[in-house]
Design a protein. Structure first.
Length: 252
């Protein structure tokens, strides 16, 4: 039996074969915590953690982007750690193997597409006087026309988390990045200025039970890197709304 296991894992279904096949498996539509069992996203998460995609030079960015877009509430618990493993695989090179690479990051235009097809589209077109991010908006609109993505607030929160975590990990590893003379993508300030961050967080707070495991790290990163977006009065307003909503439900 042990011999059979060795043959299957080392000769038939090697890590390289599994990795190459994993990116061809369709993402799970409308992924949420109510979908039970072992899903493709679990496999991708484990392969990301083991750096299999970079080791065998298999592009994984498109698969992860599609899966993040195909998410709805309540949030599936594997999604935050998936984003964390992906971000680390982009910025922090593996120490295993001399030919190791890093994964490709999500482009700014791809991120903006998720917000272009939402109620925030009018906000995006007028941000920064409509000038600073005009080229970025044009790219995202062109991509939006070619895509059939229907976005949810879950996808928007996950991509916001991705952006904040990316910046956090990038800054934490700047010394080694500079020492190795590596070129690491830096997202422009325009993209954060374009996103309705306060609105997203206020809406997420109203439905905290749908975003367990994401809201706390999201707030921590915001307080660290964008404290001006975490004014006390904003959270007080959000808490009053939540309490009022709960009170109305109890009366009914």
């Amino acid at each position: 039996m042990a011999r059979m296991k060795t043959i299957f894992t080392q000769d038939v279904f090697t890590e390289q074969v599994v990795t190459a096949h994993a990116v061809k498996v369709p993402v799970t539509p409308s992924l949420n915590t109510n979908i039970m069992g072992f899903l493709p996203v679990h496999c991708i998460h484990q392969l990301l953690k083991s750096r299999a995609f970079t080791k065998h030079k298999v592009p994984i960015k498109d698969w992860i982007y599609k899966q993040l877009c195909e998410t709805v509430p309540p949030l599936h618990p594997v999604l935050p750690p998936l984003v964390e493993a992906y971000v680390n695989s982009i910025i922090v090179p593996s120490t295993k193997g001399r030919n190791d690479t890093t994964n490709e990051p999500i482009s700014e235009a791809e991120i903006m597409v998720i917000f272009e097809r939402s109620i925030f589209a009018s906000h995006l077109s007028t941000c920064n006087g409509g000038k600073a991010s005009q080229s970025l908006l044009e790219k995202s609109k062109a991509m939006s026309k070619q895509s059939d993505i229907v976005t949810s607030m879950t996808a928007q929160l996950l991509l916001l988390y991705y952006l904040l975590l990316y910046e956090d990990v990038r800054l934490a590893n700047m010394r080694s990045i500079v020492a190795a003379n590596r070129s690491v993508k830096r997202y422009s300030q325009n993209i954060m200025a374009s996103l309705p961050v306060k609105y997203l967080l206020q809406e997420a707070q109203k439905e905290q039970h749908h975003y367990a495991g994401l809201l706390s790290p999201l707030l921590r990163l915001l307080v660290t890197h964008y404290p001006h977006l975490c004014l006390v009065e904003d959270w007080l307003y959000g808490n009053v709304y939540v309490v009022d909503k709960r009170d109305r439900k109890s009366v009914v």
